[in-house]
Design a protein around this ligand. Structure first.
Ligand code: NDP
Length: 448
């Protein structure tokens, strides 16, 4: 069968079978379209139903999460874990706590995770989980009760050789700690490798906190270096002010770039002199306040309500690090008009399909999420290795391994793009390079 027609019929079936899951459709569409040249070259992948199997999760778990707030009121949230593909290793992927979470979000994230994890070169399969719980405004005690309730169901589906969750939006060190404590209590065993992103006192890895943001900047640095550029003296706009955004900012500043804007879900700050990262870290990580507070300390900086206009700030490099679909076609066109040279996706799927097209067609260097933000999960896999070996690597050792991994991902994605006739298109290159390893493993393991 003609590969194009096969892909288009398969996509139609995915939409029909997973109705109302628009983020999942978007992620599948992008991957399937880029696989056409691979399926043309490897018709056996069509005969073996590799693509048909890869778009169907191996297992999806949906469960009730009841918990009580500080006033004794009962709340019921919904928990999810989607175990997407275990061809190359145990399921691995974060847990997201955000009110927007539903099965379509978890499935798009789990699907992307298959290819991202494959790209790292490490033996990890794809999965993702979460809940529509909103940790914002909750006390530590409420967050703890929620995490314990969530883990009281999840624990029976995960394990250090089965499925290894980590953090994501709304799940940081505090939440991982509470979940690990409950897992350990229920299992009566110290299986440190069951969760990653743990604290340093109980099995965490140095460098994991920084890994996604640092890895993103290592990747983008490699991509722009190939075209004779560097971060030195560049103006950079970064969205978000969470884990990924904060450590991307730190690395850009270390490499001589100037980060002039950051945001949260309410609005963004613009500091033409360069944002003061220590202040942002204190406001967001310690005091858990809104980014708007920044301008009270630096009155020459500006605060603007709403997120979309952050992309109207002229910059050389844009790093979306907040959430999915935060750059639409219009924002992409404005960025291009204002002379953006490179875009690196720190968040998962932050650009719509139309925005991605604008960047690629305009010749903007574009680093897609599944390659550019893979440093987090790669370092999680390094945390698992250290847990298995019962030893600790230094920050410098972990950071050097992270850098190597990001450089290799760039190399593999750009070589795959060139080999399959899409030179410099890292979207296609990352999808193809990530897919082939999983496809070969699935081929070897038979029809399962
Ligand atoms: P955090 O929860 O630490 O931070 C998220 C940031 O984005 C916050 O500033 C938050 O604002 C903002 N944000 C969240 N949702 C929205 C929204 N709907 N609209 C506007 N802003 C929003 O999460 P992370 O930094 O860990 O994750 C950010 C992105 O990076 C996600 O797409 C995640 O999937 C991806 N990622 C994370 C990895 C990791 O290791 N942490 C690994 C790979 C990818 P507010 O404070 O107001 O909530």
């Amino acid at each position: 069968m003609d590969a194009k027609q096969y892909v288009s019929e398969l996509f139609e079936r995915v939409v029909k079978r997973n109705a109302n899951e628009k983020e999942f459709h978007q992620a599948v569409q992008e991957v399937l379209e880029s696989l056409v040249p691979v399926l043309e070259k490897h018709p056996e992948y069509i005969d073996l139903g590799i693509a048909e199997r890869i778009v169907e999760p191996e297992r999806q778990i949906i469960f009730r999460v009841p918990w009580m707030d500080d006033n004794g009121k009962v709340h019921v949230n919904r928990g999810f874990r989607v175990q997407f593909n275990s061809a190359i290793g145990p399921y691995k992927g974060g847990i997201r706590f955000h009110p927007s979470v539903y099965v379509g979000i978890i499935k798009f994230l789990g699907f992307e995770q298959i290819f991202k994890n494959s790209l790292t070169g490490l033996p990890i399969g794809g999965g993702k989980g979460g809940s529509d719980f909103d940790p914002k405004g909750k006390s530590d005690a409420e967050v703890m009760r929620f995490c314990q309730s969530f883990m009281s169901e999840l624990y029976r589906h995960i394990g250090q050789d089965v499925d290894v969750p980590a953090g994501d939006i709304g799940v940081g060190g505090r939440e991982i700690g509470f979940m690990y404590g409950q897992y350990k209590r229920l299992k009566n065993a110290y299986e440190a490798g069951v969760l990653t992103g743990k604290g340093l006192t109980y099995g965490g890895s140095l460098g994991r906190t920084e890994a996604t943001g640092f890895g993103l900047v290592y990747f983008v640095d490699e991509m722009i270096k190939a075209k004779g550029m560097s971060f030195e003296g560049k103006t950079v706009v970064i969205s978000g002010s969470g884990n990924v955004a904060i450590y991307a900012t730190k690395k850009v500043q270390q490499l001589g770039g100037k980060v002039v804007a950051l945001s949260d879900s309410n609005g963004y700050i613009y500091d033409k002199d360069g944002v003061k990262l220590d202040t942002v870290k204190r406001l967001k990580e310690v005091e858990r306040k809104r980014i708007s507070e920044y301008v009270k300390e630096y009155p020459t900086a500006e605060y603007h309500e709403g997120c979309a206009n952050i992309w109207t700030i002229p910059c050389d490099v844009a790093l979306p690090c907040a959430t999915q679909n935060e750059i639409n076609e219009e924002s992409a066109r404005i960025l291009v008009k204002n002379g953006v040279k490179a875009v690196g996706e720190g968040a998962n799927m932050p650009s719509t399909l139309e925005a991605t097209k604008v960047f690629i067609e305009s010749g903007v260097l574009f680093a897609p999420a599944k390659a550019a933000n893979a440093g987090g999960v790669a370092t999680s896999a390094l945390e698992m290795s250290q847990n298995s070996m019962r030893l600790h690597w230094t920050f410098e050792e972990v950071d050097a391994k992270l850098k190597d991994i990001m450089v290799n991902i760039y190399k593999n994605a750009s070589e795959a793009a060139e080999k399959y006739g899409h030179k410099d298109n890292l979207v296609v290159g990352a999808n193809i390079a990530g897919f082939i390893k999983v496809a070969e493993a699935m081929k070897a393991q038979g029809l399962v």
